[in-house]
Design a protein around this ligand. Structure first.
Ligand SMILES: *Cc1c(COP(=O)(O)O)cnc(C)c1O
Length: 389
């Protein structure tokens, strides 16, 4: 079939698969060799050159899902992010980043960039004007992440891309939270799309991987740096990731649907003070989200009413697990103040609007009624404890 005409779930299931010519098996065989016959100067196969058969096959699938020309896969999301940033930035260059980034990315910037003589500015506002104000003559990259963690704020991707193009600046986006199911930034003018494949692409909380998608030319530039940094992943993981992506569309669409219903239920609940979900009309960025997203995602966050203990609430949950990571088929919850954003000062958290009672919820594929029941029974328990005090 012509891959140009393939729909999303067909790409997930089939594109790039390796035919089992020997035994006619249904799935891609896994090739674990780290040593291949030296055929000619152009085809030196080696895992750290990102060109084993399984790596090449999976890269085709991921590039297609993000509507890019080419892609590379890495041993972690941070390997993809750091390698890509260092491919486009050198001593004397400047980068503009939004303030509310994944904690690991913020740490990479704060701890490594100064050593390498790279200047950076964080933008506190979500508006394009906020980014425009930071542009300098040596600005090379604008880096965004939308929806953001943990308050699901949305940045207008098209407008940021437009601003960057006008100023000949490369744009990068961390598209992990949306996944390629809900948002394709390349269609909106972004140059480079990054993923922690540990999250929705993997989807089962058992794979650590990352990916970058862009034009052939940009991917080649990243590859030249990537082979020196050595962040490629094992072919076992590549094979697991290929298998996981087969159900990406099914999983994420289900997660979208449940997250929207749950956020509406939480919004009406007397014990809940606030709900943050880009699919709610009450979300300040709802209109932008509607414009650029195909679905609103499986991530939401909420605050309990004053006087209700969020940590105790988490402990009382029976089905929903407390967990650092996200995007698995199982629902998970965490307190940003105690975990993902614990390294920030109280002031920095306040600046980002993160209250101590905030809980971030990664919606799984369980039945909605069971999730609601679990939340309700935990609320009942903590209210009884509150009364006993
Ligand atoms: C988890 C995550 C990362 C980092 O990915 P790893 O696979 O843990 O290295 C980057 N960005 C976002 C949005 C993430 O959630």
């Amino acid at each position: 079939m012509d891959s140009k005409k393939m729909g999303f779930n067909t790409i997930c299931t089939h594109l790039g698969e390796i035919k089992d010519e020997q035994f006619k098996g249904a799935i891609s065989p896994i090739y674990l060799s780290t040593s291949y016959a030296f055929e000619d100067v152009d085809t030196k196969r080696y895992p750290r050159y990102f060109n084993t058969p399984n790596q090449e096959a999976l890269c085709k699938k991921i590039a297609k899902l993000e509507k890019g020309e080419s892609s590379l896969i890495f041993g972690s999301g941070m390997a993809a992010i750091s390698t890509t940033l260092f491919s486009f930035l050198q001593k004397g260059d400047h980068i503009i980043l939004q303030r509310t980034l994944y904690g690991g990315t913020t740490n990479l910037i704060n701890e490594e960039f100064e050593k390498h003589g790279i200047e950076f500015s964080f933008v506190d506002s979500q508006t394009v004007k906020g980014f425009e104000e930071k542009i300098k003559s040596n600005t090379k990259v604008i880096y965004i992440e939308t929806p953001s963690n943990p308050l699901l704020t949305i940045i207008d991707i098209e407008k940021v891309a437009e601003l960057a193009k006008k100023n000949k600046i490369i744009t990068m986006i961390d598209n992990t939270f949306a996944s390629p199911v809900n948002q394709n930034p390349i269609e909106l003018g972004i140059d480079i799309v990054l993923h922690s494949a540990t999250k929705y692409l993997g989807g089962h909380s058992d794979i650590l991987a990352g990916a970058v998608v862009s034009t052939e030319k940009n991917i080649d530039k990243i590859f030249q740096v990537a082979k020196n940094f050595g962040g490629s992943l094992s072919d076992f993981t590549v094979w697991m990731l290929e298998r996981s992506i087969k159900t990406l569309g099914l999983r994420v669409k289900r997660q979208n649907k449940t997250a929207l219903k749950l956020s509406k239920w939480l919004e009406k609940h007397v014990d809940i003070a606030a709900v943050y979900y880009p699919g709610l009309k009450s979300h300040p960025d709802f209109e932008i989200a509607k414009k650029q997203m195909k679905g609103f995602g499986g991530m939401l966050s909420f605050e309990l009413k004053e006087g209700l203990n969020a940590s105790q609430f988490q402990k009382e949950l029976k089905l929903i697990k407390s967990s650092m990571s996200l995007a698995g088929v199982e629902s998970t919850i965490l307190s940003p103040t105690l975990t993902s954003h614990a390294l920030l000062s109280e002031q920095e958290r306040a600046l980002q609007g993160i209250k101590d009672g905030l809980l971030r919820f990664s919606v799984g594929i369980e039945e909605k009624e069971d999730l609601i029941q679990d939340i309700q029974q935990a609320l009942n328990k903590i209210k009884i404890l509150e009364l006993e005090h």
